[in-house]
Design a protein around this ligand. Structure first.
Ligand code: ZN
Ligand code: ZN
Length: 358
């Protein structure tokens, strides 16, 4: 039995749960090893066993990927088989993912498995997923390294006259060629006035000289995501954009330098935010400093103004200050970091951050 299952079983015991039922694909993957798109499998973890429910398309896959699991049922949502099993083990209180379970499934659970008390487990699974094992960190780091290489090879294509969409394609093509399974989210290429959009997914806009071009992207390696951002300039930037770049870089570097193990997300966010306020750009930093990354590109800890999450060894999150000025443009610099026993290790450090004029 792997340690994540043991941790879950310990939590189940403290909360007096007979079992926990998972349908969210990230949780199913984490606790079983099963790789599939959403809804292909569900999982029941009991104090002694892990049962996986899926259909016959995945019989071979389960044998290969989920050696510790017992295969049951005819489909991912074989609630009848789930009910039989829960009766067999005399389950009383059963946990479910109240934050993500859809209404149709919820109705089915309530009508067909009414003899147990369904208990929302909120963020129980992600609290375990938050602290990564060395093996998980290695996968995330590999995703980061391959992304750094892919971006480096794409730099020659970042130039005036190229559409944002084409640039995203060049980057994603290289990511695939290097062995990444895909992107961890829709690649952001935001140029010129669009660089003021914190989440400007690549469009048909043609990059012009004088533009800031923000590229925010990530890849998936062996089920684990990466996330990084760099902003490039098409020719000499205006004095104000250059100033913004230095302010954002300083905010990020100060957060990296002043991090202490165990500080809260809010404390780290404050460090970067204070630097941007000191430069006069505080009000233009409109999002959180960072977010946890793992199986999902946004998971677990938050590093924002109100985050009381303690940042502990094994946690992986982004540090991504940004300044967005409508009509002028924007700058964001994002690295992925892992907390060690003594501080931070930057997983995306191999792509330089000095102001890049292309
Ligand atoms: Zn990002
Ligand atoms: Zn991010």
């Amino acid at each position: 039995m792997n340690s994540s299952i043991t941790q879950l079983q310990n939590l189940m015991q403290t909360q007096n749960l007979s079992a926990v039922f998972f349908t969210d694909s990230a949780n199913v993957f984490y606790f079983s090893g099963f790789r599939g798109t959403g809804g292909d499998a569900s999982l029941l973890v009991t104090p002694k066993c892990v049962y996986i429910f899926t259909d016959s398309r995945y019989t071979l896959q389960v044998a290969e990927q989920c050696p510790g699991c017992t295969l049951l049922g005819k489909s991912a949502q074989d609630i009848k088989a789930l009910g039989v099993l829960l009766r067999e083990i005399q389950a009383e209180r059963v946990g479910f993912e109240n934050l993500t379970v859809g209404y149709a499934l919820w109705e089915k659970l309530q009508s067909d498995v009414h003899f147990v008390t369904w208990v929302g487990i909120d963020k129980m699974a992600v609290s375990i997923r938050n602290v990564k094992t060395d093996g998980e960190i290695q996968k995330i780091e590999t995703a980061c390294n391959l992304c750094v290489q892919a971006l480096r090879e794409t730099v020659p294509y970042i130039r005036p006259g190229v559409r944002e969409n084409d640039l995203a394609s060049e980057l994603e093509y290289r990511m695939r060629k290097m062995g990444l399974e895909g992107t961890s989210f829709d690649t952001i290429v935001a140029s010129g006035y669009r660089s003021a959009l914190p989440h400007g997914i690549a469009s048909s806009r043609v990059i012009e000289s004088g533009d800031a071009v923000t590229i925010d992207f990530g890849g998936v390696y062996d089920g684990y995501a990466s996330d990084m951002t760099r902003t490039f300039f098409m020719g000499e930037p205006s004095a104000e954009l250059a100033q913004i770049y230095q302010a954002v870089l300083c905010a990020q570097q100060t957060a990296l330098d002043q991090f202490n193990v165990g500080m809260t997300g809010a404390e780290l966010d404050r460090i970067a935010r204070d630097v941007l306020y000191a430069h006069g750009y505080g009000p233009y930093f409109v999002h959180a400093l960072g977010h946890g990354v793992g199986i999902e590109v946004h998971e677990g800890v938050t590093v924002g103004r109100k985050s009381q999450d303690s940042l502990l060894p094994g946690m992986v999150f982004s540090i991504e200050p940004g300044v967005y000025v409508e009509g002028l443009g924007g700058v964001r610099i994002e690295d992925l970091v892992v907390v060690t026993e003594t501080g931070l290790r930057v997983l995306t450090k191999d792509f330089e951050k000095t102001l890049a004029i292309l």
